[in-house]
Design a protein around this ligand. Structure first.
Ligand SMILES: *Cc1c(COP(=O)(O)O)cnc(C)c1O
Length: 356
């Protein structure tokens, strides 16, 4: 029983605030959580208002056609509702695709989003990774020719390292891949990347013409709705119809649906968060430069600093109520910090300057 899961580790999510409260006795309101790439500003106040107003309907299942949400996404991306599937986070859309195909082999970057590997192993797939830790499309192509994987994952920009392929390079790569390999473009941080550099912008409507490309996006990052679990997949109708076969009914909640619909209506709020993200990121870059610490140019809402003794540093920060991500498990000393609010970043950097 469970033979296929033998080598599968349970996904370790960023430490929840509750755990730090229990372990270190720090007041919840004093904890600074910069470990899971959440939006530090939260959702738009208009979203909170709409959810409150609709709370009385939580005994009702949501509209399972997700009509209004798909209309909103259609307008945002210039696609049609039939090109969209909604998931409980984009994680669930990834799950639909991977389980629906049940690949024998999948291909991904040396270090990339952990869920690709987890869902793939659940169906017994062999995981093939490029030697480079960041996305190197020449290596991808070599390994594609050698192994003919049924799925290729491109995380654009990449979590947890923050680097981002140019859109043109992604489009050129797609052209070289046969139709029987699905290419999944994970755009969880596309809002950040396309703000910073237009050359990184992947437009979902541009991939509809391909029979074998799925774009995924989420409300968890730029839109500040991580706790609501709403994501989406965009692709040609054939792919979407098949993903729907794996979708359980009512897979997001009534209030998650309200939140997502209203989040799309307040783009100003989202832009404020993205703008501040890159302003605040400069503080970490200054710190790295002044200390000669290597870092990746980041197109996301987090930054990776190749700092010595990352595990000790993460622990010392945790004792002071600051949660970040230690990357020692990848085999090098680095920390991943989600960019927070100005006062959060200032406090973290002050402590970092003291202890490192
Ligand atoms: C956060 C994240 C997701 C999905 O998050 P959901 O909350 O499930 O929508 C997908 N891919 C990457 C790379 C992410 O960082």
């Amino acid at each position: 029983m469970f033979e296929k899961l033998k080598n599968l580790k349970t996904y370790e999510a960023g430490k929840p605030i509750e755990l730090v409260v229990r372990e270190y006795g720090i007041k919840p309101e004093e904890i600074i959580k910069l470990a899971s790439n959440e939006n530090p500003y939260g959702p738009s106040p208009k979203v909170i208002e709409a959810v409150k107003k609709n709370a009385k309907n939580m005994h009702r299942y949501p509209d399972d056609s997700f009509y209004e949400l798909k209309e909103g996404l259609s307008q945002k991306f210039g696609v049609e509702p039939k090109n969209i599937v909604i998931g409980a986070g984009s994680d669930q859309v990834l799950e639909f695709a991977i389980h629906g195909i049940a690949p024998k082999k999948v291909l991904m970057a040396g270090i990339t989003f952990a869920m690709y590997e987890i869902y793939s192993k659940q169906v017994g797939a062999e995981i093939i990774k490029t030697p480079s830790i960041t996305h190197n499309l020449d290596e991808f192509y070599e390994l594609y020719k050698k192994h003919k994987p049924e799925i290729i994952f491109l995380c654009v920009p990449n979590n947890p390292l923050g680097e981002c392929l140019d859109a043109k390079a992604v489009y050129d790569f797609i052209e070289k891949i046969d139709n029987d390999t699905l290419i999944i473009i994970d755009g969880a941080y596309q809002e950040f990347a396309s703000y910073k550099d237009k050359n990184k912008e992947i437009k979902p409507k541009d991939i509809l013409k391909y029979k074998n490309v799925l774009y995924t996006g989420t409300f968890s990052k730029a839109y500040g709705l991580g706790g609501m679990r709403v994501g989406y997949g965009i692709a040609n109708e054939y792919i979407i119809q098949n993903l729907h076969k794996l979708r359980p009914p009512f897979n997001i909640t009534t209030l998650s649906l309200t939140a997502a619909i209203n989040a799309l209506k307040d783009q100003e709020w989202v832009e404020m968060g993205i703008k501040n993200n890159f302003i605040e990121m400069e503080k970490y870059i200054s710190f790295a430069e002044e200390r000669g610490i290597k870092y990746f140019d980041s197109f996301t809402n987090f930054i990776v600093l190749f700092i010595e003794n990352s595990t000790e540093i993460a622990k010392a920060l945790l004792k002071k109520g600051i949660i970040i991500r230690d990357m020692a498990s990848y085999g090098f000393s680095a920390i991943r910090i989600t960019i927070g609010k100005p006062e959060e970043n200032d406090k973290l950097l002050k402590i970092l300057r003291e202890i490192s």
